[in-house]
Ligand binder design. Structure first.
Ligand SMILES: C[S@@+](CC[C@H](N)C(=O)[O-])C[C@H]1O[C@@H](n2cnc3c(N)ncnc32)[C@H](O)[C@@H]1O
Length: 205
């Protein structure tokens, strides 16, 4: 990792806060801030978190759903286990059908919320990274269609770029409300933004 990047990270407000408050990533605050604004995860909810390693969003979601909810994290990489009885993690590729099957087997019932912070390895080429990110968001949306209960919510990371409009149009088609968010904890210079779909209209293609 470049030295300048490590130094910048150490000065970062949310990086320090995550260390102090024992969150596994500064990303946890992005989810907290989005939920604070739109209340799309509630106490006792069942949440599926895609692209979940190292587990900051899992921790944030578990805090919101409490001991009566359930959080299932999925990532290509192994996630260090959690002590809470109602948090499970699996190693899986969200582009594979097999992963969807595993999710369905582990869920106690249909999910109230699907979140996805999944990101590809960044190439540095804007168009390539944008296209790969949209592809992961589409895969996450497919999983949401299969795992969400009617009126469930979906929160997903995308990068800005020319394929975004089509994705937002799709979100508007399948959810009663679609919102674009840039939580404060998301770095201003990052092209990431988040799309929130509130209330899935129906089981979709
Ligand atoms: C930005 S990190 C997620 C951080 C996480 N939200 C947190 O708070 O700790 C993005 C993750 O997406 C995962 N990922 C990328 N492609 C994936 C795929 N096809 N299936 C599952 N996970 C994937 C990466 O392995 C990486 O751990």
């Amino acid at each position: 990792m470049p030295k300048a990047w490590i130094q910048e990270r150490k000065r970062d407000y949310y990086y320090k806060k995550a260390k102090e408050e024992k969150y596994r990533s500064r990303a946890a605050y992005k989810l907290f801030q989005a939920v604070e604004k739109y209340h799309f995860i509630k106490n006792s909810d069942i949440v599926v978190d895609l692209g979940a390693a190292p587990g900051g969003w899992i921790q944030a979601a578990r805090k919101i759903v409490g001991s009566k909810g359930f959080v299932l994290g999925v990532d290509l990489k192994p996630i260090e286990p959690f002590s809470e009885h109602n948090v499970r993690t699996i190693i899986g590729d969200i582009t594979e059908q097999e992963t969807l099957q595993q999710i369905l087997e582990l869920l106690p019932k249909k999910a109230d919320v699907v979140t996805s912070d999944a990101s590809p390895n960044i190439s540095g080429i804007w168009e390539v990274d944008h296209a790969r990110q949209i592809d992961l968001a589409q895969q996450a949306l497919k999983i949401a269609f299969e795992t969400l209960r009617p009126s469930g919510n979906f929160f997903v990371k995308v990068f800005q770029g020319d394929m975004l409009d089509d994705f937002i149009t799709k979100m508007k088609k399948h959810f009663e409300v679609a919102r674009i968010l840039k939580p404060k904890a998301s770095r201003a210079k990052s092209s990431e933004i988040f799309i929130l779909g509130i209330h899935l209209k129906e089981a979709a293609d």
